[in-house]
Write a protein that binds this ligand. Structure first.
Ligand code: DHK
Length: 156
């Protein structure tokens, strides 16, 4: 679906509301509000309207992904620990067909082995991990680039 202004939904999952004080050596010192403000500012630079959503609840994340259909052109998703467990979020991404980039602050491949598998990568156009809050900025650029190449990227 093509829009004059590209609309990107940034979704953060469980425990990402604790950014700033949660394991700062892993996740950095910026708060979720800082990250969301960075995403909106980068969206302005890119000519993209960025909306942000966070939930600790798997069902609410599924609901938000479903409601993106026909409204958003792209999704940047850090599903937190649900990345490694949630077939429901995978199914929601596959159902809506909105191009999604999987985002992680940390380099999950340097961490515990249970973080090495993602259920969501199958539905993502790409994965960005390990750049701290800059991972989100890279995801916005990747989505904008993809959407500029294929304005009708939504597939169903
Ligand atoms: C965030 C989480 O909350 C973890 O459960 C993931 C991810 C990694 C991140 O790096 O942003 O394993």
């Amino acid at each position: 679906m093509a829009f004059d202004v590209v609309r990107i939904l940034v979704i953060n999952g469980p425990n990402l509301n604790t950014l700033g004080w949660r394991q700062p050596e892993v996740y950095g010192h910026e708060t979720l509000a800082d990250v969301e403000a960075m995403c909106k500012a980068e969206g302005d630079r890119l000519g993209a309207e960025v909306e942000c959503f966070q939930s600790n609840s798997e069902g609410q994340i599924v609901d938000r992904i479903q409601s993106a259909r026909g409204v958003f052109d792209g999704i940047a998703l850090n599903a937190g620990a649900y990345t490694h467990t949630s077939i429901a979020i995978l199914d929601a991404l596959l159902a809506v067909g909105v191009p999604a980039v999987e985002v992680h602050l940390s380099n999950v491949y340097q961490r515990e082995s249970f973080r090495h598998h993602s259920y969501l990568s199958k539905a993502a156009i790409g994965v960005i991990a390990g750049f701290g809050s800059h991972s989100y900025i890279l995801a916005l650029h990747a989505l904008k680039h993809r959407l500029d190449q294929t304005p009708s990227a939504q597939v169903n």
